[in-house]
Design a protein around this ligand. Sequence first.
Ligand code: DGJ
Length: 744
Amino acid sequence: MNKSLFLSIAAMLSLNASAEKVELSTPHNTLVLNIWKGGEPKFLYYGQKLSASDLASLPEPTNANWSHLEIYPAYGASHTQSETAFAMKHADGNLSSQLVVEDYQKSAVTEKAPNGATRTGERLTITLKDPLYPNIVHLYYQTYSDVDMIECWTDITNKEKATVTLTQFYSSCMPIRRQNVYAHHFHGSWASEAQLTCEKLNNGILEIKNKDGLRNAMSDRSEVMFSLDGKGRENEGDVIGTALVYSGNYRITVDTDDSEFHYYFAGINPDNSEYHLKKGETFTTPHVAYTFSSEGLSGASRNFHKWGRKYHLRHADRERDILLNSWEGVYFDINHEGMEQMMHDIASMGGELFVMDDGWFGEKYRRLTDNAALGDWVVDKKKLPEGIERLVADAKKNGVKFGIWIEPEMANTTSELYEKHPDWIIKAPGREPILGRGGTQVVLDLCNPKVQDYVFSIVDNLLTKYPEIAYIKWDANAPVMNHGSQYLPAADQSHLNIEYHKGLISVCERIRAKYPDVVIQDCASGGGRATYGLLPYFDEFWVSDNTDALQRIYMQWGTSYVFPAIAMASHISAVPNHALQRTTSLKLRCDVAMSGRLGMEIQPKHMTEEEKAFCRQAITNYKMIRPVVQFGDLYRLHSPYEGDNLASLMYVSEAKDKAVFYWYKLETFKDEHFPCIKMAGLNPDKMYTVKELNRIDNNPLPIEGKSFSGKYLMANGLEMPYSHDVDNNKKNDWSSRVIYLEAR
Ligand code: DGJ
């Protein structure tokens, strides 16, 4: 918005003497809004927790340069030129809206969090109304009493006499003061998820969006970290972290105009998704979660991890099992003998769970490759004549739990399901369906309640019949390829993308109500659904189909910005890597996988005894550090994105008595020079004893068994040799270290 227009609006809405500073606080953050009845609510402050006296003195935005600070600007009356959060076509065709405060109140809240835990905090409800229309918009801000996170969302109720059309319905808007702000966000594609992108906010618009329809974390992600004082540093500097808690199409817009602020907007992507709200109906937007940290990007990540583990991830208080997944080991070549051999092998290496991936189902149409049988969730008796009964018995015999793969939202046109219910798929009216994977894959229309029942029944049937199934890998390997619901009426075709995700969440809720304990992995061609919109129903997600240890360092780095290690499935796989053909050392593969939720994705029968012994040792080591990795605090120390061939991170237990330090060299050159990485998060007064894990060197490091104070480790770090002390025939390009620190 230009300044002259602002001045006229400022005069129009001139700051009201009865404006109230409304404050919301978490343990270390404060948000302050400026609210007065009859005016538009405004932003005043978000950052470090304010003392009562600073809050009382906090200046009101009287400077014209501060420009427009409305937290939910509506299009058409006072706002036309600037970005807005909300726009609707009224029943009478009027495109203009104005949302002013009718009322507001704060109340204490105790309620169930999305993952079933109980959360407490405060909720501010601001009731907004258009002076010309009876519609009501509630704008909510909710705090957590024990984590630094504030969630914001809205609901919109149509009180007009007929249907209205929502054309823009962001969840939230947050002004961010201009001051050399950098946005850190995540771009990706299949097998290359969560690549960190960092850019300075300049004049104009930064738009981050995803319109996959289903896998809305595959190409671009809806989480953004804003470093407020220059390019983000990991352990110092002010950062606002944001995450849209939604699994569907989204749009994040950061608008930088001629004012003193950047304006962050986040919500459902309205492209081809205008929403018709019938008389009396209410539309609720997804939540946006905000956190502030003055401990840099890693500090904001730790806030997300605490919030995620406590309230937005299933069972995050339980250690995750170490598993072998069959996919890269056998692909579709499933049979009893092969599955039992894999169960035996993972058990012999100390693993705790075996997961049978794709390829086990189909009767009339068999799942021999990816072009048939999705939708027909019956055992392929030619591959598995003794059924799942034998698989669970074999797992029991081998002392491991059993898990199974499904892709319940999909069908192949070569399936009995499609033959019976061609009307259940997503398809543009009057057109042939566009076909995906295998040339035959289609997406089921979760807008349709019958399809919702069917998808629920896939999980329900499996878990009722085989209560021994301890783990489900829920995959989704297609986008919305053509726009059309055969269930929704012609007038509401634009609801497809929104109703699909409502249907999906409703199925997930039914599953969790009946099966609260089963472990479910969220997979979508890899990390295509790594989003807090879905994680409350899932225990973890598959980071990527790319298991190459080197690229995983980058992907896991980006993923860790908002997701905790306990949720990041990270597997040791074969070389040459199936996605990249790169050959890395087994040590590097173990060292990288052990920084997330460790598993294996390999055919163990092709491993040598020496390799198996190394993995057995790595698994034993992981069991020792598992609580630190899965429940500890993450400190990213040296970014692989710095481009100087080094990456390092560490986890520290809550009591700061244990820590695990990871050091990865990314490339090898002669005459190479690396900084000595200073550690972080330790207790300066504690003495920590060093133990190298997964050691391959002929001789222990000179620091092995020595003790150092936390103060020393954080001020100096420990020198890591740049290569391994191994026999000539074992030398290779790769060098990495995992150092366990235990306080005496
Ligand atoms: C995509 C997943 O990401 C893989 O791990 C595997 O489960 C395949 N689908 C199976 O088709």
